[in-house]
Design a protein around this ligand. Structure first.
Ligand code: FES
Length: 157
């Protein structure tokens, strides 16, 4: 989608205009950009750089410096695989590998249709339920290696 036809860019333009296209407003602009787009993509960062008359490397540098900023889209759903000790002992790494293979993404990535983000964590405090995965905030306990998606596959669209 081009910047001319994508209404999100109009919104972003208004934000920057309100801030007077000030170079010093970069962090605030990036904040708004993430709020509007959900993440900071390359095209969006280039757009911001051009409008604020900053180099792309400067804008990219600030975007990558703060953990708060996301440079990749977030999926509509997410699976978090626990890799803490109790889960690891019970095969969570294999569970992670199976999910990675099933969706063709690695931990930390999102599918190209933005349906699913795959993440990892170190212990949810539910070790007695190991191995554990969390699907859209819901804990799935004692996940089996044979069927790691435990019926959630149909919800991922
Ligand atoms: S190690 Fe996985 S819940 Fe504690």
């Amino acid at each position: 989608m081009s910047t001319a036809t994508d209404d999100r860019y109009n919104k972003l333009e208004k934000v920057m205009k309100k801030l007077g296209y000030e170079k010093n407003s970069l962090i605030e602009v990036l904040h708004s950009t993430q709020g509007i787009f959900g993440y900071l993509g390359v095209d969006t960062l280039k757009f911001v750089a051009k409008r604020l008359k900053l180099s792309y490397s400067k804008v990219y540098g600030v975007a990558t410096f703060y953990n708060y900023f996301r440079l990749k889209p977030k999926g509509r759903h997410n699976i978090v695989v626990c890799l803490g000790t109790a889960c690891y002992i019970k095969g969570s790494e294999k569970i992670l590998q199976k999910i990675e293979q099933r969706y063709g993404i690695k931990a930390g990535e999102t599918t190209s249709d933005e349906a699913l983000s795959l993440l990892t964590a170190r212990c949810f405090g539910s070790c007695s339920l190991a191995p554990v995965i969390v699907f859209d905030e819901e804990i799935k306990a004692k996940v089996s290696l044979e069927n790691p998606l435990c019926g959630i596959e149909e919800s991922i669209k």
